[in-house]
Design a protein around this ligand. Structure first.
Ligand code: SAM
Length: 245
C-alpha cells in the first residue's frame, strides 16, 4: 500500500530539502510513499499574492488567511479517512503511537503554519489532528511536518529492513532504549559493558532490559505508568529506587 503525504506550505523548497534524504527518500524510491506540496500563494488573486493579515483583536504579528489555505486544501483528494494534521504548539504532544496510527492511513496532509499561525477556522473546517512537538515555539510548521513525516514513514511496513529494529528502539516497548556501543571495544581508554561481548543472549537481554528500565526511571518516569512491566521489571525498578535512598 502506498502512503500519500501532502504538505500545504508556503515554502515547498523547505519540504523538498527534508524529503530528499534519509528514510523518506528511500520509501519513495521503494514505491511505499509519495509526497506532494501545494502552496496557498498559488490560490491568491491579488497582484501581491497576499496570504497573511493582521489578527483580529490586535496582537503582534500576522496570520495566514483562511481562503488561500482552504483552496490549497480543496485542491487535494481529501477522503473520509484522510488525516489533516496541523503542527501547532497548542496541540497535543506527538508521540510514537500517533506515528504508528497515521502510518496505517492512505493519505496524510500536513498544514504548515507560518508567522503567528493560521486562522483557526481552517482547523475547524478541515483539521483532524493538531500536534505539538514539544513545549517550545518554532518559526514554521515545515520542520515539525518533516519530523512527523519521518516518524510516520519509518514505521510503514517494508520501509525499514528489519522490524526488529523498530521493537528495540525507544518507545517500541513503551520504554527508552538501552545504551548501545560498536567497535572498537576499547576506545580512548573506555571499554564497553562486559556482558555485551559475552555472547550470552539471555544475559544480554536481561542487561538491556535493566538498562532500559534504569534509564526510563531516571529521565522519563512518566512512561513507566503505561509500559507493560513484568514482575522481574518491577523488582528491578524497586532495587534502583532503593539504590537512590
Ligand atoms: C511562530 S509559530 C506560531 C505560534 C503561535 N502564535 C502560538 O503562540 O502558539 C508558527 C508555526 O510554527 C509551527 N510550530 C511552532 N512551534 C511548534 C511546535 N512546538 N510544535 C509544532 N509546530 C510548531 C506551527 O505550524 C505554527 O503555526
Amino acid at each position: 500500500m502506498m502512503l500519500r503525504l501532502d504538505f500545504v506550505t508556503l515554502f515547498p523548497e523547505a519540504i523538498q530539502a527534508g524529503l530528499g534524504f534519509s528514510i523518506l527518500d528511500r520509501a519513495a524510491t521503494q514505491g511505499l510513499a509519495s509526497y506532494h506540496c501545494v502552496n496557498p500563494r498559488d490560490f491568491t488573486t491579488d497582484a501581491r499574492r497576499t496570504v497573511d493579515d493582521k489578527p483580529f483583536g490586535g496582537s503582534a504579528g500576522m496570520l495566514l488567511m483562511a481562503e488561500p489555505v482552504a483552496q490549497a486544501l480543496e485542491s487535494l483528494p481529501i477522503a473520509e479517512d484522510t488525516a489533516v494534521v496541523f503542527p501547532d504548539p497548542t496541540g497535543r504532544r506527538f508521540v510514537q503511537a500517533d506515528a504508528e496510527n497515521l502510518a496505517k492511513r492512505k493519505h496524510v496532509v500536513f498544514v504548515c503554519g507560518h508567522y503567528e499561525g493560521i486562522d483557526e477556522r481552517i482547523f475547524e473546517t478541515f483539521g483532524t489532528h493538531k500536534f505539538s512537538l514539544g513545549d517550545f515555539v518554532l518559526t514554521n510548521g515545515e520542520f515539525p511536518a518533516i519530523i512527523m513525516a519521518d516518524a510516520i514513514v519509518r514505521v510503514v511496513p517494508g520501509v525499514l529492513g528489519s522490524s526488529d529494529s523498530l521493537e528495540q528502539d525507544s518507545f517500541g516497548d513503551g520504554l527508552l532504549s538501552s545504551p548501545q556501543y560498536t567497535r572498537p571495544a576499547e576506545w580512548r581508554g573506555k571499554g564497553v559493558p562486559e556482558v555485551l561481548t559475552s555472547g550470552d543472549h539471555e544475559r544480554i537481554r536481561r542487561w538491556r532490559r535493566a538498562e532500559s528500565l534504569r534509564h526510563t526511571l531516571a529521565t522519563r518516569p512518566d512512561l513507566l505508568a503505561s509500559a507493560q512491566l513484568s514482575k522481574e521489571d518491577l523488582q528491578l525498578l524497586k532495587s534502583f529506587d532503593d539504590d537512590l535512598d
